[in-house]
Design a protein around this ligand. Sequence first.
Ligand code: NAP
Length: 327
Amino acid sequence: MKKALICGISGQDGAYLAQLLLSKGYSVCGTSRDAQISSFQNLMRLGIREQVKLESMALTDFRSVLQILTKIDPDEVYNLAGQSSVGLSFEQPVETLESIATGTLNLLEAIRFLGKPIKLYNAGSSECFGDTGGDPADETTPFRPRSPYGVAKATAFWQVANYREAYGLFACSGILFNHESPLRPERFVTQKIVSAACRIAGGSQEKLLLGNMSIQRDWGWAPEYVEAMYLMLQQDEPDDYAIATGASHRLEDFVATTFAELNLDWREHLIVDESLFRPTDIQLGKGNPTKAGQKLGWQACYQMDDVIRMMILAKAQQGLNVLLEAV
Ligand code: NAP
């Protein structure tokens, strides 16, 4: 039985990846900064909380990382932990850089120190690319990050590439474009939109406050993006892959589609709030996942409209569950 260690198992991707690896017969251990106080709600929602072993680990503390790797002795490590919000990274640049760059470096160093054939997946990000002027970005596109988060992810990406070349580590970065699901917290714009639209459809008088409506993003479905992570570690050679749907849409389209699904006119419920604009933003994010298709046999099955429908459906299901519990 293969053993996987998922750093950041409490998050959206961590929970879906744990579900995937369990279905493949893996023994799964996951870490949180403090496993004693984390509620692991996402694991509970997927009904797998009791099937995974949970440990506390601080990625920025080399001793903690080494201790967990020694204790768990994994075949595969998935690094999904770290400050993950672009917006918050402007408020917490040091925390963002340390949790992502120092955290990834500690994992690489610990694997190198142990000298075991541990495979590492690192959660890279399309935020590394910055503005590509509408050209779809792939693994050969230069990085010009436009946020502290993007800078930190670019640093971690090159750390992984360097350890692969210098020490022969089996280490890969997935350069993932935005991927969404019902497990996304409301801090992220897609869930903020879906949640507000559902409440408004249910009678709430609130307004939805959003920032720059003209940005475009390549939005995919998180459960299928974690399959790409798994596939990267099953190849003969370690490599980096851009993971995207290949189609991008304006934020305004995301809002309009969400409200239309609920028979609402978004213009009646939205306020553009300039205080929510970021100091620097990416105007158009679009990925080219050709290499992932050719080498991993991976391609996105779901596009933005599907993602919106599935997120709304999950909200409806959640509401129904609350009603049923009350009966
Ligand atoms: P997420 O839901 O925010 O989960 C990230 C996990 O990292 C959290 O559950 C948290 O676990 C831990 N964490 C949060 N802040 C941290 C900090 N300051 N220091 C150390 N650990 C911290 O993120 P996700 O959406 O699953 O994404 C997984 C990874 O992929 C992240 O690295 C993210 O940056 C990257 N990524 C995501 C997307 C996307 O669209 N979702 C796209 C590209 C890249 P505990 O609180 O339990 O410690």
